[in-house]
Design a protein around this ligand. Structure first.
Ligand code: FNR
Length: 183
């Protein structure tokens, strides 16, 4: 079983991306174990502090280092990733040559109610995470159109087609993890 550090790009309580992450964790039972990385208490990135990292930053770096892979579940904010997610990635990537992402593999997922879902945010995130991680799952690209009925209160995905997409995503991630020796 692979341990995955999950970074959800939304810090809001009723986040639909948090719901998607919970549903994915349920679908991945027996294959992946999810450990959610808390990012809502991180200070704003300041390079002056990177040689003496704040405790919350040390905590997220340890969580990422202790995992076999990293999963990003991101909303789209103004056609890119939310500032909270970029902030977390910037902290975890520093100082130079001490990135917590070094040697890790990752995967990207996201949901919105918009017609393009999170396609542009995911595309930006591929560029950002692509210069940190050893490898990123490229296929299947997985953009989930959220509706209120999609995920029930017990974190079950109610739409069979979406469930199939998510299972393919999980299986692709497992294959990538098994191709890459742990860092
Ligand atoms: C949005 N939203 C949004 N949706 C989208 O599909 N494309 C976009 O570019 C944006 N832009 C955007 C900017 C800002 C500042 C906000 C607050 C929202 C809507 C967004 O998808 C919606 O708020 C989701 O619920 C965000 O995900 P979480 O926070 O619920 O996980």
């Amino acid at each position: 079983m692979h341990k995955i550090a999950v970074i959800v790009g939304s810090i809001r309580q009723e986040s639909i991306n948090k719901k998607l992450a919970r549903a994915l964790a349920k679908l991945a039972e027996g294959k992946l174990v999810f450990d959610t990385v808390q990012i809502d208490d991180l200070p704003l990135f300041n390079q002056d502090d990177e040689k003496n990292l704040p405790p919350a930053v040390q905590r997220i770096k340890a969580a990422i280092r202790g995992a076999d892979g990293v999963l990003f579940v991101t909303p789209e904010h103004n056609r890119s990733i939310p500032a909270a997610l970029k902030n977390a990635i910037d902290w975890a990537s520093r100082p130079s040559k001490e990135s917590a992402f070094s040697g890790k593999v990752g995967a990207i997922l996201g949901t919105s109610r918009g017609r393009l879902s999170t396609a542009l945010a995911q595309s930006h995130l591929r560029v950002i995470a692509g210069c940190q991680l050893d490898a990123l799952l490229t296929l299947p690209e997985t953009y989930i159109n959220f509706t209120d009925a999609l995920i029930d209160v017990d974190a079950n995905v109610t739409d069979e087609a979406v469930k199939t997409l998510l299972v393919h995503f999980i299986d692709g991630f497992v294959r990538l993890l098994e191709r890459s020796p742990p860092a």
